[in-house]
Design a protein around this ligand. Sequence first.
Ligand SMILES: [Zn+2]
Ligand SMILES: [Zn+2]
Length: 433
Amino acid sequence: MSRTKKETIQSVKGMRDIFGEILNYHQYIEKKAREIASFYGFLEIETPVVEKAELFIKSEEQGNPVVEKEMYSFRTKGGDFLALRPDNTPSIIRAYFENGFQGWPQPVLLSYGGLFYRHESPQQGRYREFRQFGLEILGETKSFADAFIIYVFCNILKDLGFKNFIVHLNSLGDKTCQKQHRRELVSFLRRKKNYLCAECKKRAKTNPLKFFDCKNPKCQELKSQAPLIINYLCDECKSHFKETVEILDELSIPYYLDSTLVRGLDYYSRTVFEIFSKEAEPNLALSLCGGGRYDYLAKMLGFKDLAGIGGAFGQERIAELMKSKGLSRELVMKEKPRIFFAQIGESARKKALVLLEELRNEKIGAIHGIFKDNLRNQLKIAGELQIPYAIIFGQKELIDKMIMVRDMKTGGQENIPQEKMVEYFKEKLGIRN
Ligand SMILES: [Zn+2]
Ligand SMILES: [Zn+2]
């Protein structure tokens, strides 16, 4: 297709550029999450953004246009059918087997962060390209892993400044109990066929659990009458769930047993969870993070049996919330440069680079106005960026081997010898070696 003359190229629908303050939040979230995950023994892994499409399409769904439509999938010139990853758990399982992690001491704890892609209609706050941070524990069936994952996610949220959150928890049982429940649910949905929304009617047989996720008021009303999986759990699943809850109790993690929580994906078994926050408004609970156990997924994908539990949070919602509520604002801003280097005149400009390098060598964050000539313009930028200190460096300072430092809040200024500059800022900014 050729473009008409006047049309300029724009970003792809559902994707956008991020920069400035919101990017600072993203970077802060990534840094915190990584730090905490690594403390708890999660090994960071980066898997490719592009994978074989079949990794994300379970065998019985291959050729299903709905599944493929929600993915960015494409055929290469060589005829391979590839996809941009919509989520990471299948890739993690592939990587586990491909890199021989089954030979490592089990369980294997992995963390990841990165970009993911879904080709769905973009709603408010949802993008087709989005950032996720996730944790996975592979090769462990014990309930301790379920509670541990939830615990680490709660610690990340706490460290980011979230206070008002609660973990919604449910068990989806295993193959034994799922079978019986599914039978009952399908027959319930058949009986209530005339009251269901079109979507639920259509998938009543193929994916009946989705009914619990349906936001249609008609279906919502029926939920209370529907057979709940929690009442069908076998003894093993019951005690797995009980143990998980008891560990959360001991860790003082606030939770709510939500028997209608199923989570969209149908590969989950036993524990599923979602962490909700009321940080935005007291009566609006937003889901920040979710996950579950996927003991059958590896087999479904054609690998050997592998137990696993994992979860992820979408960074966009968390970053937007933190920014709008000012959570950890001070800490996020601390990551920003706190010195603006303003210079006046050609000879000062050259020496300014030497002084900037001294700051950089000492890891003292600074930005500059090196392409500007006018002092007032440079100080205006420093003010807009809320940078606390400005160095003013002109002909006079050059000759006297001094710098002038302006406190941007008070407007107070002092002259500092150049050789004391690093020392001066280390003290001012509380930087210790
Ligand atoms: Zn419905
Ligand atoms: Zn069971």
